[in-house]
Design a protein around this ligand. Structure first.
Ligand SMILES: *[C@@H]1O[C@H](CO)[C@@H](O)[C@H](O)[C@H]1NC(C)=O
Ligand SMILES: *[C@@H]1O[C@H](CO)[C@@H](O)[C@H](O)[C@H]1NC(C)=O
Length: 257
Protein backbone atom coordinates (compact mmCIF):
# COMPACT_ATOMS: atom_id res chain seq x y z
CA UNK A 1 0.00 0.00 0.00
CA UNK A 2 2.78 2.39 0.95
CA UNK A 3 4.55 1.53 -2.29
CA UNK A 4 1.38 2.26 -4.25
CA UNK A 5 1.04 5.62 -2.54
CA UNK A 6 4.59 6.52 -3.38
CA UNK A 7 3.93 5.55 -6.99
CA UNK A 8 0.89 7.83 -7.10
CA UNK A 9 2.92 10.61 -5.55
CA UNK A 10 5.60 10.14 -8.18
CA UNK A 11 2.98 10.22 -10.92
CA UNK A 12 1.67 13.52 -9.49
CA UNK A 13 5.17 14.97 -9.41
CA UNK A 14 5.74 14.00 -13.03
CA UNK A 15 2.45 15.68 -13.96
CA UNK A 16 3.37 18.82 -12.00
CA UNK A 17 6.75 19.14 -13.65
CA UNK A 18 5.15 18.55 -17.04
CA UNK A 19 3.01 21.63 -16.33
CA UNK A 20 5.92 23.77 -15.20
CA UNK A 21 6.01 25.41 -18.64
CA UNK A 22 3.01 26.47 -20.70
CA UNK A 23 3.10 27.73 -24.25
CA UNK A 24 1.97 31.32 -24.75
CA UNK A 25 0.40 33.07 -27.73
CA UNK A 26 2.92 33.85 -30.39
CA UNK A 27 3.08 37.00 -32.50
CA UNK A 28 4.79 34.91 -35.16
CA UNK A 29 8.04 33.93 -33.60
CA UNK A 30 10.37 35.86 -31.36
CA UNK A 31 14.14 36.04 -31.71
CA UNK A 32 14.62 37.78 -28.38
CA UNK A 33 12.59 38.21 -25.18
CA UNK A 34 13.20 40.21 -22.00
CA UNK A 35 11.18 40.20 -18.80
CA UNK A 36 11.79 42.82 -16.15
CA UNK A 37 10.01 45.08 -13.73
CA UNK A 38 6.77 43.17 -14.39
CA UNK A 39 6.76 43.64 -18.16
CA UNK A 40 7.59 41.16 -20.92
CA UNK A 41 8.86 42.50 -24.25
CA UNK A 42 10.17 40.76 -27.35
CA UNK A 43 11.28 41.18 -30.96
CA UNK A 44 10.19 39.18 -34.01
CA UNK A 45 12.78 38.23 -36.64
CA UNK A 46 11.09 40.90 -38.83
CA UNK A 47 12.06 43.57 -36.27
CA UNK A 48 8.60 44.19 -34.87
CA UNK A 49 8.80 44.74 -31.10
CA UNK A 50 5.92 43.76 -28.81
CA UNK A 51 4.86 43.87 -25.17
CA UNK A 52 2.81 41.09 -23.60
CA UNK A 53 -0.61 42.28 -22.42
CA UNK A 54 -2.66 39.44 -20.92
CA UNK A 55 -3.07 36.95 -23.78
CA UNK A 56 -2.22 39.49 -26.47
CA UNK A 57 0.92 41.13 -27.76
CA UNK A 58 0.86 44.92 -28.13
CA UNK A 59 2.87 46.28 -31.04
CA UNK A 60 5.46 48.82 -29.89
CA UNK A 61 7.73 49.58 -32.87
CA UNK A 62 9.32 48.15 -36.01
CA UNK A 63 12.90 47.79 -37.35
CA UNK A 64 14.23 46.75 -33.90
CA UNK A 65 16.84 44.14 -33.07
CA UNK A 66 16.83 44.17 -29.27
CA UNK A 67 14.33 45.30 -26.64
CA UNK A 68 14.60 45.37 -22.85
CA UNK A 69 12.44 46.09 -19.83
CA UNK A 70 13.85 46.62 -16.36
CA UNK A 71 14.09 48.87 -13.35
CA UNK A 72 15.52 51.55 -15.67
CA UNK A 73 12.58 51.46 -18.08
CA UNK A 74 11.90 50.14 -21.58
CA UNK A 75 14.77 50.55 -24.06
CA UNK A 76 15.33 49.36 -27.63
CA UNK A 77 18.03 49.16 -30.28
CA UNK A 78 17.07 49.34 -33.95
CA UNK A 79 18.63 47.58 -36.94
CA UNK A 80 20.87 50.63 -37.53
CA UNK A 81 22.15 50.37 -33.91
CA UNK A 82 20.31 53.50 -32.73
CA UNK A 83 19.28 53.45 -29.07
CA UNK A 84 15.87 54.48 -27.76
CA UNK A 85 14.28 54.87 -24.35
CA UNK A 86 10.53 54.91 -23.91
CA UNK A 87 9.71 58.30 -22.38
CA UNK A 88 6.11 59.45 -21.93
CA UNK A 89 4.91 56.87 -24.44
CA UNK A 90 7.40 57.82 -27.15
CA UNK A 91 10.66 56.27 -28.26
CA UNK A 92 13.28 58.93 -27.64
CA UNK A 93 16.70 58.55 -29.26
CA UNK A 94 19.64 58.32 -26.87
CA UNK A 95 23.04 59.05 -28.45
CA UNK A 96 25.18 55.97 -29.02
CA UNK A 97 25.27 52.96 -31.35
CA UNK A 98 24.52 49.59 -29.77
CA UNK A 99 23.79 45.94 -30.67
CA UNK A 100 22.20 45.15 -27.32
CA UNK A 101 20.85 47.08 -24.36
CA UNK A 102 19.78 45.88 -20.91
CA UNK A 103 17.71 47.88 -18.41
CA UNK A 104 17.91 45.35 -15.56
CA UNK A 105 20.42 47.35 -13.53
CA UNK A 106 19.10 49.35 -10.61
CA UNK A 107 19.80 53.01 -11.56
CA UNK A 108 21.87 52.19 -14.66
CA UNK A 109 21.58 50.64 -18.11
CA UNK A 110 24.29 48.67 -19.88
CA UNK A 111 24.84 47.17 -23.27
CA UNK A 112 27.15 46.19 -26.08
CA UNK A 113 27.95 48.91 -28.57
CA UNK A 114 28.67 48.53 -32.29
CA UNK A 115 32.37 47.98 -31.45
CA UNK A 116 31.33 45.04 -29.21
CA UNK A 117 32.38 47.02 -26.13
CA UNK A 118 30.45 46.69 -22.87
CA UNK A 119 29.33 50.16 -21.89
CA UNK A 120 26.97 51.53 -19.26
CA UNK A 121 25.05 54.70 -18.55
CA UNK A 122 25.34 55.67 -14.91
CA UNK A 123 22.67 56.91 -12.51
CA UNK A 124 23.68 60.57 -12.88
CA UNK A 125 23.48 60.32 -16.70
CA UNK A 126 20.12 58.53 -16.50
CA UNK A 127 18.40 61.07 -14.30
CA UNK A 128 19.72 63.92 -16.46
CA UNK A 129 18.49 62.26 -19.67
CA UNK A 130 16.24 64.51 -21.77
CA UNK A 131 15.21 64.31 -25.43
CA UNK A 132 18.27 65.29 -27.53
CA UNK A 133 20.60 65.63 -24.56
CA UNK A 134 24.12 64.28 -24.99
CA UNK A 135 25.25 61.34 -22.87
CA UNK A 136 28.51 59.68 -21.99
CA UNK A 137 28.60 55.86 -21.94
CA UNK A 138 31.22 54.42 -19.56
CA UNK A 139 33.51 51.70 -20.95
CA UNK A 140 33.44 48.55 -18.79
CA UNK A 141 36.72 47.13 -20.09
CA UNK A 142 35.54 44.17 -22.15
CA UNK A 143 34.29 43.14 -25.57
CA UNK A 144 31.43 40.66 -25.33
CA UNK A 145 28.75 39.03 -27.46
CA UNK A 146 25.99 38.90 -24.81
CA UNK A 147 25.46 41.02 -21.70
CA UNK A 148 22.83 41.24 -18.96
CA UNK A 149 22.58 43.15 -15.69
CA UNK A 150 20.62 42.72 -12.47
CA UNK A 151 20.34 45.29 -9.71
CA UNK A 152 24.06 45.46 -9.02
CA UNK A 153 25.79 42.79 -11.07
CA UNK A 154 26.35 42.14 -14.74
CA UNK A 155 27.06 38.87 -16.50
CA UNK A 156 28.33 38.39 -20.01
CA UNK A 157 29.31 35.85 -22.62
CA UNK A 158 32.14 36.39 -25.11
CA UNK A 159 32.42 35.31 -28.74
CA UNK A 160 33.54 31.78 -27.74
CA UNK A 161 30.85 31.33 -25.04
CA UNK A 162 33.07 31.93 -21.99
CA UNK A 163 31.09 33.39 -19.08
CA UNK A 164 32.24 36.46 -17.15
CA UNK A 165 30.92 38.32 -14.12
CA UNK A 166 31.53 42.04 -13.45
CA UNK A 167 32.58 42.86 -9.90
CA UNK A 168 32.41 46.12 -8.01
CA UNK A 169 29.44 47.88 -9.62
CA UNK A 170 28.03 50.57 -7.33
CA UNK A 171 24.64 51.37 -8.91
CA UNK A 172 24.17 54.87 -7.47
CA UNK A 173 27.79 55.96 -7.79
CA UNK A 174 29.46 54.21 -10.70
CA UNK A 175 28.23 51.57 -13.13
CA UNK A 176 31.75 50.75 -14.34
CA UNK A 177 32.70 48.06 -11.83
CA UNK A 178 36.33 47.18 -11.22
CA UNK A 179 37.18 43.69 -12.47
CA UNK A 180 35.96 40.72 -14.49
CA UNK A 181 35.70 37.24 -12.98
CA UNK A 182 35.86 34.24 -15.25
CA UNK A 183 33.13 31.72 -14.47
CA UNK A 184 34.52 28.44 -15.84
CA UNK A 185 31.66 27.22 -18.06
CA UNK A 186 30.38 27.58 -21.61
CA UNK A 187 27.03 29.26 -22.24
CA UNK A 188 25.37 30.72 -25.30
CA UNK A 189 23.67 33.37 -23.16
CA UNK A 190 23.28 34.25 -19.49
CA UNK A 191 20.52 36.44 -18.07
CA UNK A 192 20.28 38.16 -14.68
CA UNK A 193 16.88 38.92 -13.17
CA UNK A 194 16.05 42.11 -11.28
CA UNK A 195 16.44 40.12 -8.03
CA UNK A 196 19.94 38.91 -8.97
CA UNK A 197 18.88 35.39 -10.03
CA UNK A 198 20.98 34.11 -12.93
CA UNK A 199 19.90 31.66 -15.64
CA UNK A 200 21.80 30.45 -18.65
CA UNK A 201 21.26 28.57 -21.90
CA UNK A 202 23.98 26.27 -23.27
CA UNK A 203 24.74 26.16 -26.99
CA UNK A 204 22.77 22.86 -27.10
CA UNK A 205 19.72 24.66 -25.62
CA UNK A 206 19.72 23.15 -22.12
CA UNK A 207 18.84 25.53 -19.26
CA UNK A 208 20.78 26.11 -16.03
CA UNK A 209 20.35 28.18 -12.87
CA UNK A 210 23.30 29.71 -11.00
CA UNK A 211 23.34 28.68 -7.30
CA UNK A 212 25.39 29.29 -4.18
CA UNK A 213 25.17 33.09 -3.88
CA UNK A 214 26.18 34.64 -0.56
CA UNK A 215 28.21 37.66 0.54
CA UNK A 216 31.48 35.79 -0.04
CA UNK A 217 30.30 34.47 -3.41
CA UNK A 218 28.60 37.32 -5.31
CA UNK A 219 28.85 35.23 -8.49
CA UNK A 220 27.55 32.04 -6.85
CA UNK A 221 29.39 28.73 -6.78
CA UNK A 222 27.76 26.34 -9.24
CA UNK A 223 25.39 25.81 -12.15
CA UNK A 224 22.35 23.54 -11.64
CA UNK A 225 20.73 22.04 -14.71
CA UNK A 226 16.94 22.47 -14.82
CA UNK A 227 16.14 18.91 -15.84
CA UNK A 228 12.36 19.58 -15.72
CA UNK A 229 12.77 21.81 -18.75
CA UNK A 230 13.15 19.43 -21.66
CA UNK A 231 12.65 22.03 -24.42
CA UNK A 232 15.80 23.16 -26.27
CA UNK A 233 16.14 26.90 -25.77
CA UNK A 234 17.61 29.62 -27.99
CA UNK A 235 16.83 32.56 -25.68
CA UNK A 236 15.62 33.06 -22.11
CA UNK A 237 14.74 35.72 -19.57
CA UNK A 238 13.76 35.63 -15.88
CA UNK A 239 11.56 37.95 -13.79
CA UNK A 240 9.57 37.42 -10.60
CA UNK A 241 9.79 33.62 -10.46
CA UNK A 242 8.89 33.17 -14.10
CA UNK A 243 11.33 31.96 -16.71
CA UNK A 244 10.46 32.96 -20.28
CA UNK A 245 11.89 30.75 -23.00
CA UNK A 246 12.13 30.90 -26.78
CA UNK A 247 12.64 27.35 -27.94
CA UNK A 248 14.78 26.30 -30.89
CA UNK A 249 11.54 25.22 -32.58
CA UNK A 250 10.12 28.76 -32.16
CA UNK A 251 7.66 28.31 -29.31
CA UNK A 252 7.43 30.77 -26.41
CA UNK A 253 7.15 29.13 -23.01
CA UNK A 254 6.23 30.62 -19.66
CA UNK A 255 7.71 28.51 -16.86
CA UNK A 256 6.43 29.16 -13.33
CA UNK A 257 9.32 28.32 -11.00
C1 LIG B 1 31.86 41.91 -32.98
O1 LIG B 1 31.80 40.51 -32.71
C2 LIG B 1 31.41 39.71 -33.81
C3 LIG B 1 31.37 38.28 -33.36
O2 LIG B 1 30.68 38.14 -32.17
C4 LIG B 1 32.36 39.91 -34.98
O3 LIG B 1 31.89 39.20 -36.09
C5 LIG B 1 32.50 41.39 -35.30
O4 LIG B 1 33.48 41.54 -36.28
C6 LIG B 1 32.85 42.19 -34.07
N1 LIG B 1 32.88 43.61 -34.38
C7 LIG B 1 33.82 44.43 -33.93
C8 LIG B 1 33.72 45.86 -34.38
O5 LIG B 1 34.74 44.05 -33.23
C1 LIG C 1 15.29 66.49 -31.09
O1 LIG C 1 15.98 66.44 -32.32
C2 LIG C 1 15.16 66.12 -33.42
C3 LIG C 1 16.05 65.95 -34.64
O2 LIG C 1 17.05 66.93 -34.70
C4 LIG C 1 14.10 67.21 -33.59
O3 LIG C 1 13.25 66.90 -34.67
C5 LIG C 1 13.28 67.31 -32.29
O4 LIG C 1 12.37 68.37 -32.38
C6 LIG C 1 14.18 67.50 -31.10
N1 LIG C 1 13.37 67.40 -29.87
C7 LIG C 1 13.46 68.28 -28.87
C8 LIG C 1 12.57 68.03 -27.70
O5 LIG C 1 14.24 69.22 -28.89
Amino acid sequence: MAVKRILFLLADLVLLSAQLCTEIPNPGSLKQIDAGNGLVVGVEPTGNAFMLNGEDWLYLAGNMKHVTSGVSGVWMVDNDNNVYKMIAGNLVNVPGFFHLIDAGGDHFVAGINSENETRCLSHSELVALRPNSSVSWTYMDARLRYFSCGQKSCWGVNAVNDVVFRKGIEPLRSCKGNSWNNIPSKFYMVEVGNDGSVYGAKPDGSVYRRDGFDTNHPAGTKWTKLTDITARVSHLSYDMNILWLITKDNRILRCQL
